[in-house]
Design a protein around this ligand. Structure first.
Ligand SMILES: [Zn+2]
Length: 306
């Protein structure tokens, strides 16, 4: 699993910073999370293959998370895209996009599939043979979800050297061995334990994206033990009152969530435009949660190497 930060600023785009957008690469499938203004240009800079983006997850309908979406869809049209594009977001996102397509007389040549969300409970919204995506209900000024991406358990790896010592084991048995089953002879008389024939499966990674939200400890169960948590920290703790009023979090609160959920790493972001030096966010969070990271635009976090 690899996460590329396309933008992590809040509200206003500047010369050097873009609003929220991230690209998650899970076993070579690309998932776009939020799509602030300028996301398609950032995707170009990241050298992302547009044709590999088939699923876009939008946390909420504030401009700094969604104003890049119509531009990206319009580019897909110009590029002659044919694949279906799945968009997961709050109820209203379909109208938001379709109105713009209709007013600009954009001829739709590929199918847009909208999955509109309105539940206040966590839901399974995407599943394939490799992963699941659930929503994380958040608390913001408008209806908002975070998303948790979890790789499914991976098959065990065959220990061919060991397997070769047992001529009775055939290639057609490998599938069951990878699933962790012991080898059993046809007459049921001989059993070879799976541990002798396989290595442990590779780790299944997980990623939780939480933006924008007030401090919301009831998400902790949902995000427990994830490898990487991105949690917004719009303000430092001296502006806790402003965070409450605008329904955002402070760096200290993001760190509390990371610590209680026992995540491995915390990435902060969505910093208010009033700050220019972001190291203060890291310093504040580290007082509670040492493994805190600051994002840089176009930086890729490879979960295997973290
Ligand atoms: Zn917002």
């Amino acid at each position: 699993m690899k996460l590329t930060i396309l933008g992590f600023n809040s509200a206003i785009p500047t010369i050097n910073s873009h609003p929220s957008a991230q690209l998650l690469d899970i076993q070579e499938n690309l998932f776009l999370i939020d799509c602030g203004e300028g996301t398609q240009v950032q995707l170009r800079r990241a050298k992302a293959k547009f044709s590999k983006i088939n699923h876009i997850f939008i946390s909420h309908l504030h401009g700094d998370h969604v104003f890049g979406l119509i531009g990206l869809i319009s580019t897909f049209l110009l590029l002659g895209r044919e694949n279906i594009l799945n968009i997961y977001g709050p109820k209203g996102i379909k109208m938001f996009i379709e109105n713009q397509l209709s007013l600009t007389e954009s001829y739709q040549i590929f199918k847009l599939n909208f999955v509109e969300l309105s539940s206040k409970d966590s839901q399974l919204i995407y599943e394939d043979n490799k992963l699941t995506v659930h929503t994380i209900p958040l608390d913001h000024r408008v209806y908002t979800n975070g998303f948790i991406f979890k790789e499914k358990a991976k098959p065990k790896r065959l220990n061919i050297e060991s397997i070769n010592q047992y001529p009775q084991i055939e290639v057609c048995d490998y599938h069951n061995l990878k699933l962790g089953k012991d080898w059993v002879s046809e007459d049921g008389k001989t059993t070879i334990s799976n541990e002798k024939l396989t290595y442990e499966a590779k780790h299944s990674y997980s990623y939780a994206y939480c933006s924008d939200t007030s401090y919301k400890p009831d998400i902790i169960d949902l995000i427990k033990d994830v490898d990487v948590l991105y949690h917004e920290s719009t303000f430092l703790n001296d502006l806790e009152d402003l965070a409450r009023k605008t329904k955002h979090s402070t760096a200290l609160e993001a760190a509390k969530i990371a610590k209680k959920a026992k995540v491995k790493h915390l990435i902060l972001g969505h910093f208010s435009n009033r700050y220019s030096d972001f190291s203060v966010f890291k310093e504040e969070a580290e007082t509670i949660f040492p493994s805190t990271l600051l994002p840089r635009e176009l930086e890729t976090f490879d979960f295997e190497k973290m």
